[in-house]
Write a protein that binds this ligand. Structure first.
Ligand SMILES: Nc1ncnc2c1ncn2[C@@H]1O[C@H](COP(=O)(O)OP(=O)(O)O)[C@@H](O)[C@H]1O
Ligand SMILES: CC(=O)N[C@@H](CCC(=O)OP(=O)(O)O)C(=O)O
Length: 307
């Protein structure tokens, strides 16, 4: 009996200690803006998505300012298959013809964007879907058709694929300060009202740069950048920009990891100091990454100073 009481007391003390430790982290990160990129691959796992959104609600509840930018590549490919359209990727970007664009708009800016905001609200947080679908136009990403060149220097045709050139920072800032989580789909609009499909990693990069984020965290379905993409034990904990470029050139970093790492490098150059690629399927990986020193994925860093 006495032993059981002592065990219960010990458990209560440990819980209180954890809370007190958490208080320190929470204080340190109050008011800090973190851009969280939700990848389509992790969103396929409903359980993982639910846990991630609860973590985001926690961050917002304790005074951090999380901003969600999301993709949805897997869901778009599924909807294309249902419509009998074969996906075709060029340099990690989806070739987007008229029919594909309307699927991207429906799935990404419609279903997924509204769905994430609704789930955040269901978990007790407040969220605002920022899209141009429906009667209320809340779009914050503006841009133009992307210009990509092939290996031989030729111009590549990707159809309605865009890049973000301007972010409406005021709308995002106002929502953050009002305690609402902005939820942003990876589509943009040009001056003539044309809509474009944007790679979600580069959209997250544009948002992080525009709002001067403290951190940019990419949540994916792998534990980070690996030396061998199929071997989780080959995780690279810290990746310098020169090494990242080398791994892209040698083909170690391939497919969907290319735009992600390229976005990291471009963001580093624009002054966002903390950039991480982590496994969103790992329970509380986001909180661990934001609030502790536990390295749970790959951190991308600039070149260490010589000497
Ligand atoms: N070197 C690498 N390390 C880890 N993953 C890699 C690497 N090269 C390619 N990949 C692939 O990149 C994928 C992540 O990119 P992507 O599918 O676009 O994810 P997301 O939907 O999260 O943006 C991984 O699932 C993996 O298959
Ligand atoms: C131009 C382009 O490739 N757009 C992406 C947008 C979604 C995305 O990037 O989703 P993930 O984050 O899940 O990869 C696409 O159509 O798949």
């Amino acid at each position: 009996m006495q032993a059981a009481i002592e065990k219960a007391e010990q458990a209560a003390i440990e819980k209180a200690d954890t809370l007190i430790e958490a208080m320190g982290w929470i204080r340190e990160f109050r008011d800090k803006v973190t851009v969280i990129k939700l990848g389509g691959s992790v969103m396929e796992d409903e359980d993982a998505l639910r846990h991630l959104l609860v973590d985001i609600v926690f961050m917002e509840t304790v005074g951090m300012r999380p901003i969600v930018v999301h993709g949805g590549g897997a869901a778009i490919s599924r909807a294309m298959a249902e419509a009998g359209i074969e996906p075709n990727f060029v340099q990690g970007r989806r070739y987007t013809d008229d029919a594909t664009l309307s699927i991207v708009e429906k799935v990404l800016a419609g279903q997924i964007n509204e769905g994430i905001a609704t789930q955040i609200e269901a978990f007790g947080g407040r969220a605002m879907p920022l899209n141009f679908v429906g009667d209320t136009d809340n779009n914050v990403l503006y841009g133009e058709r992307i210009a990509l060149t092939g290996d031989g220097g030729e111009q590549l045709d990707l159809g309605h694929v865009g890049q973000v050139t301007r972010v409406d920072r005021d709308i995002i800032d106002n929502l953050c300060y009002a305690g609402q989580v902005p939820v942003i789909p990876s589509m943009c609009v040009d001056d003539d009202g044309n809509k474009y499909n944007v790679n979600a990693d580069t959209a997250a990069m544009a948002v992080a740069q525009a709002v001067g984020a403290e951190k940019l965290v990419f949540l994916s379905d792998v534990n980070g950048v690996r030396q061998d993409k199929d071997d989780p034990n080959s995780l690279i904990h810290t990746l310098t920009s020169s090494k990242a470029k080398e791994l892209i050139a040698s083909g170690v970093i391939a497919s969907g990891m290319i735009p992600k790492v390229e976005a990291c490098l471009a963001t580093l150059e624009k002054g966002v100091r903390k950039i991480h690629i982590i496994d969103g399927r790992l329970r509380h990986s986001l909180l661990l990454e934001v609030y502790t020193n536990t390295g749970v994925g790959t951190e991308i860093i600039g070149e260490p100073a010589a000497g």
